[in-house]
Design a binder for this molecule. Structure first.
Ligand SMILES: [Cu+2]
Length: 145
């Protein structure tokens, strides 16, 4: 049994590497994937419209109630910061109007909230101190103010 001889490689090594390098170069430079047929269109940039805060926090300090203007739908939270108790009560000169809101006496750091759903002018007072009077103004939606 004769051993079959392997063919002798006659190509020189530098030539072999040059051919291999050329093949790799052609392969690497070949276009990959389909050629784009349509231009890329970007989605429109979304616009951001700031929304007014629907939560407003005010403080009762120095035996004064703050007068404020808020949009309809705003929740107003009073934070009582005085040493002496106060109420926030719809009405005037220490008298509850009979409608709206009427907090219990608030000690320091206690809070009370009320939602203003309708436009209007809402005077309010403190039942403990009739001289404490202020107003919450809720302008109509179409006033542009
Ligand atoms: Cu008071």
């Amino acid at each position: 049994m004769s051993k079959r001889q392997r063919p002798v490689l006659t190509t020189s090594r530098p030539l072999l590497f040059a051919a291999l390098g050329a093949a790799l170069f052609v392969w690497a430079c070949a276009p990959v994937g389909p050629t784009p047929t349509a231009e890329l269109t970007l989605a429109p940039t979304p616009t951001y419209t700031p929304q007014p805060s629907m939560l407003v926090q005010v403080q009762i300090v120095n035996v004064e109630l703050p007068s404020i203007t808020v949009l309809a739908g705003t929740t107003v939270t009073w934070v009582q910061k005085d040493a002496t108790p106060h109420t926030t009560t719809s009405g005037s000169t220490g008298v509850f109007s009979g409608k709206g809101w009427d907090s219990p006496p608030l000690e320091r750091d206690q809070t009370f909230s009320h939602v203003f759903t309708e436009p209007g002018l809402f005077p309010y007072t403190c039942r403990i101190h009739p001289d404490m009077n202020a107003t919450v103004k809720v302008p109509p939606l179409d006033c542009g103010c």
